[in-house]
Design a protein around this ligand. Structure first.
Ligand code: MF3
Ligand code: CO
Length: 263
């Protein structure tokens, strides 16, 4: 989430949005693969009874093993490699001594840098057996991201992505978080444009080949309102309802978007 960024490189004509060269896209592909591989390792390792800190250590080692660097560590003072957000936690949960329990809904958010370019992705998975309610929320959030990706075509606008996500999630009876949004990504983790998960179609910046964005729906069982915990990072649902989060980094091409954070 976020809209901070340093705007260098080729401009798209839309203020502050960079277009990536083929060489830069190649680095972003590598960063995306590191992120995808790390998420796969985390999903495999996740078990009830483990501490969230253990997941952070696994991610750190895996990112290093692949010759990359964590994106999040040190970003605005963030202390860890990944974010682990459980149940009513939406995003930016800080790994620590908390034990993952059977039935928890766990969002794993990973960022890595290769050659100065970032990749950013998240999945939400169940620990052990989860409730049908949690399973449906996960499935709808995953599909909302997929709808958003499919809307990311040259000539379309950011609002087309926003509307694809919002209309699908709300149509299934859930709400989408408004306080936190997806983002452009490249030399900075957060670049222009903001990619909201709500809003009208045919609005906002025009999508062009060479743009790279992170789409990240955060979907709640209850209302969309959020609150930040006393650690000043962890974002939770104001009504304590369950929340799920999926994210992919993708490049706008001539046709179908290229998802960079997939194996
Ligand atoms: N994927 C998240 C985002 O885009 C991760 C950021 S965590 C932070 O905001 F610590 F780096 F801020
Ligand atoms: Co992100």
């Amino acid at each position: 989430m976020g809209t901070q960024g340093v705007f260098i490189g080729v401009q798209s004509g839309e203020r502050g949005i960079t277009l990536k060269s083929p060489r830069e896209l190649a680095l972003m592909r590598q960063a995306g693969k590191v992120v995808a591989q790390t998420i796969a390792v985390l999903e495999e390792a996740l078990r009830p009874g483990m501490k969230t800190r253990e997941l952070d250590e696994i991610a750190f080692r895996e990112i290093k093993r692949q010759g990359a660097k964590p994106s999040f560590k040190g970003y605005r003072g963030y202390p860890c490699t990944i974010c682990v957000s459980i149940n009513n936690e939406i995003v930016h949960g800080i790994p620590g001594e908390r034990l993952i329990q059977e039935g928890d809904l766990v969002s794993l958010d990973v960022g890595a840098v290769v050659g100065g370019f970032h990749g950013d992705a998240a999945v939400t998975v169940g620990a052990g057996r989860i409730s049908p309610e949690a399973a449906d929320l996960i499935e709808v959030t995953r599909e909302a991201l997929e709808r958003g990706i499919q809307a990311a075509r040259p000539g379309s606008r950011i609002g087309d992505i926003s509307w694809a996500v919002q209309s699908f999630a709300e149509g299934r009876g859930y709400s989408v978080v408004r306080q936190y949004v997806g983002h452009g990504i490249g030399r900075a983790l957060h670049e222009e444009p903001a990619v909201p998960n709500f809003g009208p179609p045919d609005s906002g910046p025009l999508l062009r080949k060479g743009m790279v964005i992170a789409i990240e729906p955060m979907v709640n069982v209850g209302g969309w309102q959020t609150r930040v915990l006393g650690d000043s990072w962890t974002v939770v649902t104001a009504d304590e309802s369950l929340s799920a989060h999926f994210e992919n980094t993708l490049a706008i091409t001539d046709g179908e978007p290229e998802v960079l954070t997939r194996l």
